[in-house]
Every structure is written in structure tokens, then in C-alpha cells.
Design a protein around this ligand. Structure first.
Ligand code: ADP
Ligand code: MG
Length: 247
């Protein structure tokens, strides 16, 4: 079947077609996403921007299969997941998507390496294999010397790096982050963006929400939302490169 793929380097990893999301608030209906069409290819690094309430988190929840659209089609690697039930969405999430959140969402009683192992526990991996993969992921984010530290023994930037390692441990096709630097100082923010850039250079597709223009400048493409619609979608000129920004 390989011959079918010959000549198409641009593989649509994610594709949204006429996606709508309506929330019912009592009598009122809020159209949080209005007829969204967007394709993200393998290897892209995309920033989702827009003012508060413009639909960014709703968009990420749908992209990450945490929520379903009210209308439209959503293809992940050519599979239409828009109508999937909760179990099938959970399966797609576990196999294909890594999540990073603003508030890190680490379990406080577990060490770094135990936190990173968790998604593999859910996936049913053997103990030895889990430990190897978790240490490898922590090494990738520069935390090989902190594997037995608990979250409260780490800085904010280090906690977010643990969360990134956890997101990577099942080798997802895509990394999704909602305001990952929202709770971090400038230095840690640049360190996190440097890590995202390196992962992206290695082939990981990254989609992140941010409202900070200087953070978006580290990505390759900026998609701006307003009132549930996309109002601009453009490549990043003069990209900031992490190491340079850190000096
Ligand atoms: N669970 C919900 N129930 C009802 N309305 C919601 C819900 N989540 C978001 N909204 C509404 O949808 C719109 C988009 O919200 P959101 O996606 O959170 O925006 P952003 O992340 O850009 O700040 C807002 O008007 C918000 O009030
Ligand atoms: Mg939001």
C-alpha cells in the first residue's frame, strides 16, 4: 500500500471541516466556534491566538479530542473522529495526543519519573519499559538529574518540563499545549519554547495556545481567532530561536 503515499510529502495530520461548537447556557446559546476550516500538517508548529473568549480553549479541546464539535467533521490522520463516542475519543487521545496545560497538572505525591510514567501505566506498559521511557523523556527535557524530585521540589519551569516529558512518553503524533507558559517567568518561558522548538525540529507537531505575541514568535504559523472565527492565518516571519532569546 506504500505506493499510495508516494509523491505526497504534505500529510494532513489534522483537518477540521466546517466545525461548529455551540454551548447552551440556559436559554442562551453561545456559538464558541463558527464554521472553522483548518488543516495542520505533520511537522508544523502552530500558535493559536486571540482575545479572551474568542474560542481558543474550545478549539484545543476539540483538536485534542477532549470535547466533540456540535457540527462538522474532524479528521485525524484521515479518520473522522467528530462522531466518536467517549471511549473511542479516549483511545485516540491516549495513542496520538500529548497534552500540556498552563497549571502543569502533576500529581503532587509522585516523583517526576512517576508522573511521567502515568500515561504508560494507563496504556498497560510493563514496569521496566515504563521506567526506561520515562527517564528518556525526562532526559530529553534536561531533567535527568531531577527524576526523583517531587513537584514541590521543582521550579515552575522544571514542573512544566516534567509535564512535557509526560506528554511525550507515549510517542504522540501531536503535542497540544493550552497557555503552557502562562504561569512562567520570562526565562522559563524561553526555556520551554526552546524545548518545543527542538521537539518540533525532531518531527513532533506542536499546536499551542498563547496570548503573548513574543511567545507566538517562536512558532512557525499563527492562527488568530475572534468571536469563534479565524480572522488570520499566516506564517511567522523572523522566527525567534530559543537559544538566541535566552541570552
Ligand atoms: N463549558 C462552557 N459552557 C458554556 N459556555 C462556554 C463553555 N466554555 C466556553 N464557553 C464560552 O465559549 C466562548 C469561547 O470560550 P473559550 O474557548 O474558553 O475562549 P478562550 O479560550 O479563547 O478564552 C466564550 O464565550 C465562553 O464563555
Ligand atoms: Mg482559554
Amino acid at each position: 500500500m506504500d505506493y499510495l503515499l508516494n509523491g505526497s510529502d504534505n500529510v494532513a495530520l489534522l483537518s477540521l471541516e466546517n466545525i461548529c461548537k455551540k454551548y447552551n447556557q440556559g436559554e442562551l446559546a453561545v456559538m464558541a466556534l463558527k464554521d472553522i476550516n483548518l488543516t495542520i500538517e505533520k511537522g508544523e508548529f502552530v500558535a493559536i491566538m486571540g482575545t479572551s473568549g474568542s474560542g481558543k480553549s474550545t478549539m484545543m479541546n476539540i483538536l485534542g479530542c477532549l470535547d466533540r464539535p456540535t457540527d462538522g467533521h474532524y479528521f485525524i490522520e484521515n479518520e473522522d473522529v467528530a462522531g466518536f463516542n467517549e471511549n473511542r475519543l479516549a483511545d485516540i487521545r491516549n495513542r496520538k495526543i500529548g497534552f500540556v496545560f498552563q497549571s502543569f497538572n502533576l500529581l503532587p505525591k509522585l516523583s517526576s519519573v512517576e508522573n511521567v510514567e502515568l500515561p504508560m501505566v494507563y496504556a498497560g506498559a510493563a514496569r521496566k519499559r515504563r521506567r526506561e521511557k520515562a527517564v528518556e523523556a525526562l532526559t530529553k527535557v534536561g531533567l535527568e538529574k531531577r527524576i526523583h524530585h517531587k513537584p514541590n521540589e521543582l521550579s515552575g519551569g522544571q514542573r512544566q518540563r516534567v509535564a512535557i516529558a509526560r506528554a511525550l512518553v507515549n510517542d504522540p503524533s501531536i503535542l497540544m499545549a493550552d497557555e503552557p507558559t502562562g504561569n512562567l517567568d520570562t526565562k522559563s518561558t524561553y526555556e520551554i519554547m526552546d524545548i518545543f522548538q527542538k521537539l518540533n525540529d525532531e518531527g513532533v507537531t506542536v499546536v499551542m495556545v498563547t496570548h503573548e505575541p513574543d511567545v507566538a514568535q517562536f512558532t512557525k504559523r499563527i492562527v488568530v481567532f475572534k468571536d469563534g472565527s479565524i480572522i488570520s492565518d499566516s506564517p511567522v516571519e523572523n522566527r525567534t530561536i530559543g537559544e538566541a532569546a535566552a541570552v
